[in-house]
Design a protein around this ligand. Structure first.
Ligand SMILES: [Zn+2]
Length: 410
């Protein structure tokens, strides 16, 4: 189990997880990192000429701004607005034009594998393969006349470092703000707010802005400033804490909730910036995967495991009043799907449909803004591909276990 868990992690996450186990750590991470870079550089050349043929037929000359926030390590049931006993989302709970999707899952619990499924048409069951033969939604928006921004509080060493940075480089403007790291870096997500405002103020009429946040990534105690350190005892300011240390259970959980409280504030700021435009504006938030947090008697924390806590992610849509006036039908349909069985595979299709961008190969059956939406099977990488809706959630860890031996066909 330890081997398969390590395999799901990215090169840099492996550094955190096993990098200290020298000399094994150094040789492994150097080789893996080099191998992935070579592969992604090759792949980038292959899909250079790819095009969606995307265009916006309606409101071609009108202003519009769309923000996609990619959340990090956030789990559905720790958000107050999703019914959590602690009020971790006091600001978002007051937003009128905000809708939480109650049943959206990710197919795999590892950033570098799950984010590409959010951004592209990569099928979930291909998510374990590095790279993909198509470009991402960033390119589709560009083709449709949008100026595109990728603003990240995650790290990137270079253009071909991860499958995510390959997609990030499709944007007109790509900027990485985290110069520290994941584990003990105090680069809080508010570092993205000023660049976001600058992007919103850009003279281009239509804009897509992707914010790749650090959210609730371990070390949770480093994810928020002091004023959000509400639940105690916490890991606030701690360095070198280990998520494998069961003795930290209480502080780890409190800090996790504090990081969600900070995300609530961060997303409210994003929404405030969009409200001030008085334009047709909207925001979609979706987390890349959730997190195990020593639930009950469960003795695991972090991600890369096979638990429901890691597959069920929070997802939100916010829209301005102007957006609803222009696209009332989309909002009506969205409300109908708030409890539908969704997955990150729906995001590409839904975000483009939300902007009313059309392209010859579009499949509106995958868009939760479309009356043509149809349910699809949802597979998660849990001891092999497992049909999430035909699985049992076992034990305190709520491991997703296949109910019957079915081999999915493509
Ligand atoms: Zn992640």
């Amino acid at each position: 189990m330890w081997r398969s868990w390590v395999a799901k992690l990215g090169a840099r996450e492996r550094m955190t997880a096993i990098g200290n186990s020298a000399p094994l750590g150094f040789g492994l991470r150097t080789w893996e990192f080099w191998r992935e870079r070579q592969y992604l550089a090759r792949l980038s050349g292959v899909n250079e000429g790819f095009s969606f043929g995307a265009e916006q037929r309606s409101r071609r000359d009108s202003a519009q701004v769309i923000v996609l926030v990619i959340g990090e390590s956030s789990r559905f049931d720790r958000w107050g607005l999703n019914g959590y006993a602690r009020d971790t989302t006091p600001l978002l709970s007051k937003e009128k034009n905000l809708l939480s999707l109650s049943d959206l899952i990710t197919s795999v619990s590892a950033t570098r594998l799950s984010v590409p499924v959010i951004l592209s048409r990569k099928p979930s069951r291909q998510s374990l393969n590095a790279g993909f033969s198509e470009k991402s939604l960033v390119s589709a928006f560009r083709e449709a006349g949008y100026k595109t921004f990728w603003l990240s509080n995650q790290m990137s060493f270079g253009e071909f470092d991860t499958p995510i940075s390959v997609f990030a480089r499709e944007a007109d403007v790509t900027r990485f703000f985290n110069l520290g790291g994941y584990a003990d870096s105090p680069s809080h997500d508010d570092v993205l707010l000023a660049p976001l405002q600058a992007a919103i103020d850009d003279s281009a009429k239509k804009k897509l802005i992707v914010l790749h946040s650090l959210g609730s990534h371990w070390n949770y105690g480093q994810r928020y400033p002091k004023e959000f350190d509400r639940w105690q005892p916490s890991l606030f300011g701690s360095v070198n804490a280990a998520f494998t240390d069961l003795a930290l259970k209480e502080a780890l959980n409190n800090s996790y909730d504090n990081s969600v409280l900070y995300t609530d504030w961060f997303l409210s700021k994003v929404i405030d910036s969009l409200k001030r435009t008085n334009e047709v504006a909207s925001m979609m938030y979706v987390a890349d995967h959730g997190q195990s947090l020593y639930d009950g008697d469960c003795r695991i924390a972090f991600h890369g495991h096979n638990t429901q806590y890691e597959f069920h992610v929070p997802a939100l849509v916010w829209f301005s009043n102007s957006y609803e006036r222009v696209f009332p039908k989309k909002i009506r349909v969205l409300h109908q799907h708030r409890d539908s069985r969704l997955s990150t595979e729906n995001v590409f299709h839904s975000l483009l449909d939300m902007a009313d961008i059309r392209y010859p190969s579009e499949q509106l059956g995958w868009s939760f803004f479309s009356p043509h939406w149809t349910p699809h099977q949802r597979f998660v990488d849990s001891y092999g591909w497992t049909n999430y809706d035909d699985a049992t959630m076992e034990g305190a860890c709520r491991e997703v276990i296949r109910r019957q031996e079915t081999v999915p066909s493509d």
